[in-house]
Write a protein that binds this ligand. Structure first.
Ligand code: B1M
Length: 209
């Protein structure tokens, strides 16, 4: 079936073929929501699961993500027209003082593959910027990444800034990155720690379900 072919081709990262199949599906009047969920997202789900189990590695994820992003460019305008809403919104970034962004970029890819709209704040992000972006974009998730032990205290400042803005019940603060752990999460009062990007996306989805 065409949607299964989209999902399996996406996993190979063949952008040209994925776009061709997506266009074919549109021509065949397959609902755009199905193209997204049963084709593209289903394919990225498999990538996420394999990545979690160390069956594939960062290059394969990035190659599949490139195909996903190119296919999304075709599908996005149609989604808007057909009134399909994104599942939720998250703003993510690497915390102030920290310039590592590979893990954060993977989290973005995985969240988008689950249907989230992601506001990527980049690296070196202050607590105030996280909170401002969450308010302005009506986000239910703030995702913070930290790779340096020297920058992880900024995550506590994010938690405090969320509380000070009165958003504690509305916005979940999720953390991750090589410098942090679940013990650290508990210590600073963040909502969720996850070890990898695919698990982070699953956890974010569970929050808004
Ligand atoms: Co830097 N660096 N680095 N570095 N670097 C580390 C982190 C380090 C452990 C290396 C080492 O000494 N062994 C060390 C930190 C030591 C510490 O604090 N304990 C270190 C250091 C010291 C530094 C500098 C200070 C070096 C210097 O200048 N003296 C400097 C700091 C610059 C700064 O940030 N201000 C620095 C610079 C750099 C480069 C620029 C050269 C480069 C970054 C390039 C880039 O990101 N664009 C770099 C790199 C590449 C690394 C290592 C080698 C690899 C990091 C990486 O991308 N891993 C790293 C050593 C290591 O980790 N083995 C190291 C792959 C990535 C997929 O993993 O980001 O952990 P990670 O993401 C994982 C999970 O953690 C999780 O998902 C991903 C997997 O799915 N995850 C989340 C991440 N964020 C998440 C958020 C979530 C959930 C899960 O929810 C929101």
């Amino acid at each position: 079936m065409l949607l299964e072919e989209i999902a399996s081709t996406l996993q190979t990262g063949n952008c040209r073929k994925v776009k061709e199949l997506v266009n074919q599906a549109i021509e065949e009047k397959i609902p755009v929501r199905d193209i997204l969920e049963k084709g593209l997202i289903a394919g990225m789900d498999v990538i996420g699961e394999k990545f979690k189990k160390n069956e594939i590695f960062i290059p394969e994820v990035l190659i599949a993500a490139r195909a996903m992003n190119q296919a999304l460019e075709i599908v996005k305008p149609l989604l808007k027209e057909s009134g399909v809403k994104e599942k939720g919104r998250a703003c993510i970034g690497t915390v102030q003082g920290d310039l590592h962004d590979i893990g954060k970029n993977l989290v973005k890819i995985m969240l988008e593959s689950k249907g989230f709209e992601v506001i990527d704040l980049g690296t070196d992000v202050s607590p105030e910027t996280f909170v401002k972006a969450a308010i302005e974009n009506d986000c239910s998730i703030i995702g913070c990444s930290a790779l340096l032990t020297t920058t992880r205290p900024v995550m506590q400042d994010v938690v405090k800034a969320v509380e000070a803005a009165g958003l504690k019940d509305k916005v979940k603060v999720m953390i991750g990155g090589a410098a942090v752990s679940d013990d650290f999460r508990e210590q600073i009062g963040a909502d969720r720690y996850t070890t990898d990007a695919a698990t982070a996306a699953d956890a974010a989805l569970a929050y808004i379900a």
